[in-house]
Design a protein around this ligand. Structure first.
Ligand SMILES: NC(=O)c1ccc[n+]([C@@H]2O[C@H](COP(=O)([O-])OP(=O)(O)OC[C@H]3O[C@@H](n4cnc5c(N)ncnc54)[C@H](OP(=O)(O)O)[C@@H]3O)[C@@H](O)[C@H]2O)c1
Length: 269
């Protein structure tokens, strides 16, 4: 089955595209064979990207308050598509509108799965604000002692690959977590131990964190992000599932293994 991987150059999509031989990676700027132009902001790209495609890995447009209209119009054009796997989030509750309404749209497809991953381990790398904190020696959050079962994007992609290619459609929601719930202080201690460089965690108030975020993202989004941290402080993400092993047959990667491997590839951490 040929699959369009939306966000095919991104954190989970690039890993998924490498796992599926018949994948076409959607990107706003295709540069390589196996990539196709796809832009949520340009519906004229939808038909070309959907050409000959029977399955879609759907990452909704990022930073859009209400993605429902554009996702609805995309799915209306996906006439040949039988199976859609949606990347949602463990932190997005089901709702009648906005992000929380996307799962119900996807469940109208003949075959579907909704992925609800916890927070990505990859947030500790690259440009993410957590990664910036690691480099500065201090991760700042509003999570208090709340714990998160961080998940490796490779494990999310592995679940997505099975959900897209298993002969029997999953037709279910998958709550996907890593193997252990860690506070940011726990994660900082693991990084300190592995790298030998001291990294700490400092928890601040939700309003103060929103102010910090608002320097780089729109205020409405900044408030939403800080609110997710506050939910973590109340235990919203303190849970572990066996989804990765149940679906793929191998256990989810631990944070320690993830960070050790990262360090072996990029010694600066
Ligand atoms: N980070 C977490 O901890 C976490 C946890 C749970 C769920 N999630 C979910 O994961 C998703 C995003 O994850 P991420 O932050 O790692 O981002 P990402 O998947 O790396 O997102 C960037 C990707 O989106 C594509 N993209 C950007 N704008 C686009 C547009 N207008 N049209 C089409 N494609 C576009 C980019 O492609 P090009 O630049 O090549 O066009 C790139 O492939 C979100 O839906 C988020 O809710 C994240």
């Amino acid at each position: 089955m040929s699959v369009l991987v939306i966000g095919g150059t991104g954190t989970t999509g690039s890993r998924l595209a490498r796992m599926l031989p018949d994948a076409v990676a959607g990107t706003r700027t295709p540069r390589h064979p196996g990539q196709v132009r796809f832009d949520w902001d340009d519906p004229a790209t939808f038909d070309g990207a959907l050409d000959g495609v029977h399955g879609v890995y759907l990452i909704p447009p990022v930073g859009v308050v209400d993605p429902v209209p554009v996702v609805e119009s995309f799915l209306a054009r996906a006439r040949l598509v039988r199976r859609v796997v949606l990347l949602s989030s463990s932190a997005v509750p089901e709702s009648a509108t906005e992000m929380g309404a996307l799962p119900s749209l996807v469940r109208t497809m003949p075959e579907w799965a909704v992925l609800r991953p916890s927070w990505f381990m990859q947030n500790f790398t690259g440009d993410h604000q957590v990664a910036q904190g690691v480099r500065a020696g201090e991760i700042v959050s509003a999570t208090g002692d709340g714990r998160v079962a961080f998940i490796d994007a490779g494990d999310i992609a592995a679940v997505a690959a099975r959900a897209l290619t298993d002969p029997v459609p999953h037709n279910t929601d998958h709550l996907i977590t890593g193997p252990e719930a860690l506070s940011y202080a726990d994660a900082a201690a693991i990084i300190t131990e592995i790298t030998g460089r001291v990294v700490r965690h400092r928890s601040i108030g939700t309003a103060e964190l929103a102010e910090r975020f608002a320097k780089t993202v729109p205020r409405e989004f900044a408030t939403l992000l800080a609110g997710l941290d506050e939910a973590i402080s109340h235990g919203a993400e303190d849970r572990v599932t066996t989804t990765v092993e149940d679906v793929t047959g191998r256990p989810a990667r631990s944070f320690r293994a993830f960070y050790s491997e990262l360090l072996s590839r990029t010694p600066a951490g």
